[in-house]
Design a protein around this ligand. Structure first.
Ligand SMILES: [Zn+2]
Length: 251
């Protein structure tokens, strides 16, 4: 399996480090698999509050579909998309791959398509991002043990598993990838800053507060970070938005 690490959406929130939308493009023997999608090409559906707080660059050259084409690949060969969750900076690119099956945790799909709870949860998702009616493949919490985590192998996608890490959102999950040369764990928004996995952990104040604000279960999110911190070196962990982590792979 060939693994590409892509930034599908730079964001420059006020008084915080620059953020990326770290996505994976997997070239398997059979087809192409995307892990998270970043923003769509020509994204024009974001709400004013999101634009103000995340300040996304929305550079067409950063869209997953453009980057695939730049690699000489055909977007129609993307048969599967695996999502950590359905926030606008992760699910935006769905419309650029309308033929893909979309694998996601069932609790996340329910939260995004039948929103309840408080005002913040009702307003976090953008239903327009899946108005084209994707072929959803939802999963529950059942799975196999993977370094103390629970990993649910995906139907029809060899070597990729969903790892439930609810807290940031209701059905937020990591995505584990068996590259044939070791495991990767895309931890999504389980944390935003690499220092959170260090001992002692550290994180800029603005990012600490923002994560607390958006988390559906702050305590659970912190418990997840503690579990990720304990993972052995054999599994490479990175999050969706940390630019320094992405640089480890892209130079
Ligand atoms: Zn995010």
């Amino acid at each position: 399996m060939k693994v590409h690490h892509l930034n599908c959406g730079t964001m420059t929130p006020p008084a915080a480090p620059r953020m990326v939308a770290h996505c994976l493009l997997l070239e398997t023997e059979r087809d192409l698999v995307l892990v998270d999608t970043g923003f769509a090409l020509g994204e024009d559906r974001l709400e004013a509050a999101f634009l103000r707080t995340a300040r996304p660059s929305l550079d067409p050259a950063e869209s997953a579909v453009r980057q695939l084409q730049d690699l000489g690949l055909d977007p129609e060969d993307v048969r599967h998309i695996v999502l950590t969750h359905l926030d606008p900076d992760h699910a935006g690119g769905l419309r650029d791959f309308p033929h893909a099956r979309v694998h996601v945790h069932a609790a996340e799909l329910a939260a995004a398509t039948r929103p309840g709870g408080g005002v913040a949860q009702r307003h976090r998702y953008l239903p327009a991002q899946w108005a084209h009616g994707p072929d959803w493949a939802p999963y529950d919490d059942a799975g196999e043990e993977l370094y103390g985590l629970r990993a649910r192998p995906l139907d029809g996608v060899e070597g990729v598993a969903l790892v439930p890490l609810a807290g940031h959102s209701r059905g937020h999950s990591g995505v584990a990838v068996d590259t044939g040369d070791g495991w990767l764990l895309h931890a999504g928004d389980a944390y935003w800053f690499h220092g959170e996995l260090s001992a002692p952990s550290h994180c800029p104040l603005t990012l600490r507060l923002a994560q607390r604000l958006v988390a559906v279960d702050h305590t659970q999110r912190l418990a997840n970070v503690a579990r990720l911190r304990e993972l052995p070196e054999q599994i490479q962990v990175f999050s969706a938005h940390d630019a320094a982590e992405l640089t480890r792979y892209t130079g």
